[in-house]
Design a protein. Structure first.
Length: 180
């Protein structure tokens, strides 16, 4: 009978999340996680065979949380979906800061992870399909919000501008809907 692990995979992800928040993506290593969790490097590798596995699990965790906040999307109109997307993006920003977004760079360097990311975006764009003014406005708003997310990686939010830019996207989206 094997020894019972002293720390769970989920607990390691919580600690990894804290490392990324405090030190940025570069601070997240197997060694750093082992030290922070007060376990051996082998203990971390029991749950995550490599740094890539760790990053993938952390991004999957963030994506799952974001999707849970979005809630059930089936049956939502493109307009309601984008309104919910903007709201969830705004509400989740304290949890998803630029340091975490920087981790996405490492994540998408793996072709398998890039494929999964593309599939997620394709599914969102499919939900916003159609040639109506509402569908077009929804797609533009989604692309603008995601563009802001990518710009955060480069440090656009040093002075808290993120929220104001997101307000701009929301205002323009609502004005486009008024013109229909």
């Amino acid at each position: 009978m094997g020894r019972k692990p002293t720390i769970t995979r989920e607990r390691l992800l919580e600690i990894a999340d804290k490392i990324v928040r405090s030190e940025g993506a570069a601070g997240l290593t197997i060694d750093a996680l082992a030290r922070a969790a007060n376990i051996s490097k082998g203990g971390v590798q029991y749950s995550f065979a490599s740094k890539d596995d760790l990053i993938r699990a952390l991004v999957e965790r963030w994506t799952q949380k974001f999707d849970e906040l979005l809630g059930e999307m089936d049956g939502l109109s493109a307009v309601d979906l984008i309104r919910q997307y903007i709201k969830v993006t705004r509400d989740s920003q304290p949890a998803m800061n630029a340091k975490m977004a920087g981790l996405m760079i490492a994540y998408i360097q793996n072709p398998e992870n890039l494929t999964e990311t593309r599939q997620w975006y394709r599914s969102m764009l499919e939900r916003l399909g159609g040639e109506t003014n509402e569908a077009q406005a929804a797609r533009v708003a989604l692309l603008a919000v995601e563009g802001l997310f990518l710009l955060r990686i480069t440090g656009i939010d040093e002075h808290g501008e993120w929220s104001a830019f997101l307000n701009d996207v929301e205002s323009v989206f609502e004005r486009l809907l008024e013109k229909r």
